[in-house]
Design a protein around this ligand. Structure first.
Ligand SMILES: [Fe+2]
Ligand SMILES: [Fe+2]
Length: 269
């Protein structure tokens, strides 16, 4: 199984690049599944039901969220109706939506796509390690599902690496999101799980993590009130990873970074 995962899509620049590139990538890379992080799709803050549908129409199979899940309040009433939309599994009790999606793929394959959110330098959340243990007891690899992707949405690289090793051998891939910067540590962990600390954002990198640099630098340097942050609108780099998953074991056989368009050094699987 070939799985493409793209990091946080930021604003119109990120959306346009992803929607333009996905059909060609799906064909040329013979992708079986596409999962994207959409928590910053709506002008940097959350995602709307309409944008979810636009991503699905472009070939996306599931959308993960994060700490910005509910920035667009209309998503709260919509989330329960969309089985492909994934908010953090360890969100506090009573949060709308679901923490995982089970995607029925061609040739009888089933992909479990999950998101957990970190607790270091983030808002309070329930225990992500216990939450994923409970889910994996219900849906073990090679039992109910043929592949498992975990989006670990966290600030600290340490917490993301810890989650990678915690899940090594139990899931197909653990890929980080939220920091909006791609890390250069794509690897197969010793027990066969594909791992990268952060996928990087799909957005304009002439920015401060996707947001217009003038306002962002003013806020950082002056610590005074100013305009609300808005996404940078130059050409986006689409960032993510291509993971190949062995059909027999459900573990990964390769992970390769992808960076296409915009300012970053290009990388094409
Ligand atoms: Fe983000
Ligand atoms: Fe985030």
């Amino acid at each position: 199984m070939k799985l493409l995962f793209l990091g946080d899509i930021v604003g119109r620049s990120g959306r346009d690049a992803v929607v333009a590139l996905l059909p060609g990538l799906k064909r040329d890379l013979a992708l079986d599944a596409i999962v994207v992080n959409g928590e910053n799709a709506a002008h940097g803050f959350g995602i709307t039901p309409k944008l979810c549908q636009e991503f699905y129409a472009a070939g996306v199979d599931a959308i993960t969220l994060g700490n910005h899940s509910w920035d667009q309040k209309e998503l709260m009433a919509y989330a329960d109706s969309d089985p492909r939309l994934v908010r953090p599994l360890n969100a506090v009790r009573g949060t709308p939506g679901r923490g995982f999606a089970i995607l029925e793929l061609p040739r009888g394959k089933k992909l479990l796509a999950v998101q957990v959110i970190g607790r270091l330098f983030m808002d309070a959340a329930d225990d992500p390690f216990g939450a994923i243990d409970d889910l994996l007891a219900r849906y073990p690899l090679k039992g109910a599902v043929s592949a498992i992707l975990v989006d670990v949405h966290a600030e600290a690289t340490s917490e993301k690496m810890g989650m990678g090793h915690y899940l090594d051998g139990r899931v197909s891939a653990v890929i980080g999101t939220h920091s909006h910067i791609p890390t250069a540590d794509a690897q197969l962990l010793p027990k066969g799980t594909a791992y990268q600390t952060d996928a990087g954002m799909c957005g304009d990198y002439d920015s401060v993590i996707g947001m217009g640099k003038e306002t962002a630098v003013y806020k950082l340097s002056r610590k005074l009130p100013t305009d609300r942050l808005a996404p940078a609108d130059g050409q986006a780099t689409v960032c993510g990873v291509l993971v190949e998953i062995d059909n027999a074991s459900g573990l990964a056989s390769s992970i390769v970074p992808l960076r296409l368009g915009g300012r970053l050094m290009q990388a094409m699987p």
